[in-house]
Design a protein around this ligand. Sequence first.
Ligand code: NAP
Ligand code: HSE
Length: 452
Amino acid sequence: MSGAGPGMASSDGKKTFRIGMLGFGTVGAGVAQIVLHSQPSLKDKTGIDIRLHKIAVRDRKKRRAVSIDPGLFTADGEEVVNDPEVDIVVEVIGGIEPARGLLLKALANGKAVVTANKALLACHGRELFEAALAHETSIGFEASVCGGIPVIGALRDGLVANRIETIHGILNGTTNYILTRMVEDKAPYAQCLYEAQSKGYAEADPSTDVKGLDAAHKLTLLSNLAFHSVFDISEVHAEGIDRIALEDVRYAADLGYAVKLLAIAKRRNPGADPEDFPGGLELRVHPTLIPFSHPLANVRDVFNAALIRGDATGEVMLYGRGAGMMPTGSAIVADIMDAARGSARQTFTKLQFFQNPREDLPVIPPEKMRSRYYVRFNVDDRPGVMGKVATVLGSHGVSIASVIQKEPHETGHVPIVMLSHVTIEERFQAARAEIEELPFVRKPSAFYRVED
Ligand code: NAP
Ligand code: HSE
């Protein structure tokens, strides 16, 4: 793509940019709808005219959500990335291959790339970013995290003056939709998942959403940007929503807490405790109890939010629709305009994204994470039980903040629900395992981490 500077069009006078698309599913159709309907207003705002030029799909005969000249479709992605008339390649196929190979070719051909593919960037970002730098072009990826919310731009530009301390995010729309429907409408899990799929929110393999991997991909990308490092997806401790019991959601509510799938990146200073890890970054995704007064507690349905704490700004919260055709299409079109104006290439070369070796910010291993815990044990209803459970917790250095004993189940056992003070994961898990082996305790227990 030819170089361009800021202003009403590219600096070399180029005003028309041709888009080659890889994929035309939920997100691809959203991009096309925005391009087709907003072409005049985009031209008014920027002086730049963007045109859909070629579109690769798997099945050329499929009915499409947006009506498009059938002559634009091809079943061969190579035709898109090798077309000399294509300026900007938009990848919305998803998955690793053929997306990775096609984007490497597009970059080698000097094309600007825009992608919504967080799995690809979280796993092969370094290779792709190096290729973009080597070929003096750019990769826009705003759509890869939080759909229509400009969180990548906020971390890259708006918050650049800050040392980022923490990120707490609801980064997956599908799981937030499922949790909201299950808790508020008492709808069964399978029905909620089906609805999320029908609305186009879920990944091709929805287990990626419900097992927390999609949020982990997004947390990796945000952390690379926020902490100027290179994190690997394998360093994110990820748990999904598939083990949440509605019984615990009810008990948590009695205690004043909501349950959300949170993605958390947290700088931790070295602790005074000799068993503590000597500082670093916690990277984790798991169902989390947060007080109803927490800013993320009321983020419902497909909405996402990222609560970012910078040393200068304090907390900043970005909120909006985290998935779906039009919000995600909006983020992609923003990146297309950025590439056409030439600003993408200018910022990209200075971004240091995926380039820094990490020396000063080790990822804290999961067993050394620090948290408060909610735990439920199902016990026989007899005297002395509560005291024995408390003794085991105490012997592992786990201090109890509050306890409630619920009404007996029809099976005869009694749920005991406890909230701990902050402790180290391995201590909590050792205590929980020991308590589960006591003769009056019925396995399994349930536990959730708590963020206040
Ligand atoms: P999708 O609806 O499944 O669409 C995938 C598209 O890729 C389809 O048009 C499919 O063609 C095409 N395709 C698949 N294999 C291909 C191949 N080998 N060659 C050419 N085309 C191929 O997926 P999506 O929901 O739009 O998601 C696309 C990407 O955006 C993913 O990376 C996803 O993680 C990301 N994303 C999605 C959302 C969302 O809300 N859905 C939000 C943010 C980011 P056919 O139509 O012919 O089958
Ligand atoms: N499957 C993803 C979600 C799409 O539900 O959040 C948006 O990235």
